[in-house]
Design a protein around this ligand. Structure first.
Ligand SMILES: Nc1nc2c(ncn2[C@@H]2O[C@H](COP(=O)(O)OP(=O)(O)O)[C@@H](O)[C@H]2O)c(=O)[nH]1
Ligand SMILES: [Mg+2]
Length: 279
């Protein structure tokens, strides 16, 4: 999860976890199975729960700039495919690094910044978060340029690997919804379908083009993680970028399921296999 300071990265993570915890999977074909960082999520959710909805008040605490040697915060979610015959357990690690560090890493790759973002080449997918309302604001041009640079930096340091996903998340979409209607899924790849937001994001679209040349898959998403205080409204579009990324990250070839011959006069437990084997 990468993006500038205040883009809404931590909020998106908290919202994603809340959706999963509430069973609102949307099209995500997985179920919650475990977390090694439940306290981390609990902490995010507690803060989000106390949010009054006032603009300017923090939904979640700003991710602390850790000690120079600290690699940053990672949150873990274990998922199981909802397909009943697929009994794998998948470990998802979400990275939450302070936006200031990401900016520093984008500007110049000094050794310490590289160490803090050492996970980038090993990542299976990228969520680049950018505040849609900030893009339409007075310093939108600077924001566009910064996020364009960030995407190019990700592409340059991610190394050669076929077909990784890079999702561009236009966050806080509730703030711009009266100016821009998010495009249909079939049209979202067209810059022109994003109206004014498309017009002010030339550097970002250029960088996405560059990412595709480097064999990334890219897709933009409109997301509203915390449109209102938690008890007043549901988020919108939160699951879509995760669903899209997971489809790309989890598409390796499957081993065929072994089938065992069932002996005649088998025990009831062995016979159970037969009903599975003979649909
Ligand atoms: N209106 C609105 N505000 C949001 C939303 N998500 C985040 N924010 C605001 O943006 C602030 C910064 O978000 P945060 O997740 O801390 O950004 P980060 O620095 O990228 O981790 C939050 O405290 C909220 O005030 C959203 O979906 N809608
Ligand atoms: Mg944060």
């Amino acid at each position: 999860m990468l993006g500038p300071y205040d883009a809404g990265k931590t909020s998106l993570m908290a919202s994603f976890f809340l959706q999963i915890a509430n069973g609102h999977y949307g099209a995500l074909p997985y179920r919650f199975a475990s977390s090694r960082t439940l306290y981390g999520f609990q902490d995010l959710v507690d803060r989000a729960n106390r949010w009054s909805g006032k603009q300017g008040e923090q939904v979640v605490e700003h991710t602390p700039k850790e000690e120079p040697e600290d690699p940053g915060r990672f949150l873990h979610i274990g998922l199981r495919p909802s397909e009943p015959t697929d009994d794998r357990h998948l470990d998802i690690l979400l990275t939450d690094v302070a936006g200031e560090w990401i900016e520093e890493w984008t500007r110049r790759a000094d050794e310490s910044a590289r160490r803090r973002l050492a996970f980038v080449p090993r990542s299976d997918g990228f969520l680049v978060v950018v505040d849609a309302s900030a893009l339409l604001g007075p310093s939108g041009g600077k924001m566009d340029a910064a996020v364009g640079r960030l995407i190019r930096r990700i592409v340059a340091s991610a190394g050669e690997r076929e077909g990784r996903g890079l999702a561009l998340v236009f966050s806080k979409f509730d703030r711009v919804i009266d100016q821009i209607a998010p495009p249909e899924e079939t049209a979202c790849q067209e810059r022109s379908a994003w109206g004014r937001l498309g017009k002010v994001t030339g550097a970002i679209w250029g960088a996405l083009e560059r990412a595709r040349e480097a064999r990334f898959h890219t897709s933009p998403f409109a997301v509203s993680a915390f449109p209102r205080p938690l008890h007043q409204g549901q988020p919108a579009g939160v699951m879509a970028p995760f669903t899209w990324l997971m489809a790309l990250a989890d598409r390796r070839d499957r081993w065929p399921r072994p089938s065992f011959p069932i002996p005649h006069g088998a025990s009831p437990f062995q016979a159970m296999r037969r009903s599975e084997a003979e649909p």
